[in-house]
Write a protein that binds this ligand. Structure first.
Ligand code: PMP
Length: 375
């Protein structure tokens, strides 16, 4: 019998799918995988209903013209520099396959979002991770010198994520300026994963693209912005003039994203911007963050307040993700899921608050009961 290629065994069930499966099996409240509890906003659903029967055939691989234009207007770039993809996941894969190859190294920070390393490897390149520091008092900090020290003559790109899943870090303008100077000094591409660009709790995150437009590919996701993670509409904003160069790869990865959903997102983006939808989204998440963070602190956890995303990270001396899902009836993601080369901080958990307030209350009650049973 022929054998599956080694690559196949390297890509096992993701920890996010595994925890969702265990959550269902144990009847646990799922504060693991990052997807919202309810339906997308009505203006998005209506736009999809209007598009069905009208936009149903292939779109150009770079995306429906109206969506490229809407994204260009929203992001302040030329629509011609936009490539629409099946979610940010495909956007990141198209970039991996288009920007790096055998012999190249790609620098990324650890904890690391789960697709970055396998995608670099599928492209034949070597992912190289630099750890963020976690101090129980100061929280997560980023060390530009450590990033600079990891650059070698083989380094082709920096792959960064701000707001950062799972740490919740939003890089400051000074940190971004340091990153850009490093990229320019070594002539590196920057892949900037900004899927949580509208999910922040302090200052609006600065996009790396605005600081280094000549070398930054920005990745975004309608799933995150518009609460429709299953729609699989994402995008790349390329440096001016470079999006045509992505076409060769993009047309063989999935050819195009679902046409009616592209049309719906095109119609919905200006509505979301002008109606204050994102402000309401942030306010809703800020309230649930406060509920979850306060509740976890009351139960003895050290909580690292995120500046963005819909996740928080926490340490608790008595909790592991496996025992919580089995014995407490609460699913969270173990910190180790985000570490490959370095050791995860002991007891680190990622907890999602893109869930209903009822679910968060229920999870806190169950954790409290579990704690009482332990003592
Ligand atoms: N990047 C990050 C940092 C993410 O957290 C996610 C989704 N969890 C993605 C990319 C993938 O987004 P999409 O669902 O649009 O593929």
């Amino acid at each position: 019998m022929p054998q599956l290629h080694d690559r196949a065994s390297a890509s096992q069930e993701s920890v996010f799918s595994r925890m969702s499966r265990l959550a269902a099996q144990h009847g646990a409240v799922n504060l693991g995988q990052g997807f919202p509890p309810g339906a997308p906003p009505p203006f998005l659903l209506r736009a999809a209903q209007d598009a069905l029967g009208r936009s149903d055939q292939y779109t150009p691989p770079a995306g429906l013209g109206s969506l490229r234009d809407a994204l260009g207007a929203d992001l302040g770039v030329d629509g011609a520099d936009i490539t629409v993809t099946c979610g940010a996941t495909e956007a990141l894969n198209v970039l991996a396959l288009s920007l790096y190859g055998p012999g190249d190294e790609v620098l990324m920070l650890e904890p690391v979002f789960d697709v970055y390393m396998p995608q670099a490897r599928l492209a034949g390149a070597a992912p190289v991770t630099v750890p963020m520091r976690l101090d129980p008092q100061a929280g997560w900090t980023f060390d530009l010198n450590a990033l600079a020290a990891a650059v070698t003559p083989r380094t082709r790109a920096l792959l960064l994520n701000s707001p950062f899943n799972p740490t919740g870090t939003v890089f400051t303008p000074d940190e971004l300026a340091g990153i850009v100077a490093l990229a320019r000094r070594h002539d590196l591409w920057i892949v900037s994963d900004e899927v949580y660009d509208e999910l922040y709790f302090g200052e609006r995150p600065v996009s790396l693209r605005t600081l280094a437009p000549e070398r930054t590919f920005t990745v975004g996701s309608a799933g995150k912005r518009l609460e429709a993670t299953g729609w699989r509409v994402g995008w790349i904003a390329a440096p001016p003039g470079l999006s045509a160069g992505l076409g060769g790869v993009r047309q063989v990865t999935s050819f195009c994203a679902p046409a009616p959903l592209q049309a719906a997102v095109a119609a919905a983006l200006p509505v979301a911007r002008d109606s204050g939808f994102y402000d309401d989204l942030r306010a809703g998440y800020a309230a649930r963050l406060a509920l979850l963070a306060g509740g976890l602190r009351d139960l003895g956890a050290t909580v690292f307040e995120p500046r963005g995303t819909y996740f928080l990270t926490a340490l608790h001396p008595d909790w592991t993700a496996q025992t919580l899902v089995e014995a407490a009836g609460v699913a969270v993601i173990p910190g180790e899921a985000f570490y490959a080369r370095h050791a995860a901080p002991h007891g680190l958990l990622r907890v999602a608050f893109c869930k209903s307030a009822d679910d968060i209350h229920l999870a806190l009650e169950r954790l409290e009961r579990y704690g009482r049973g332990q003592s």
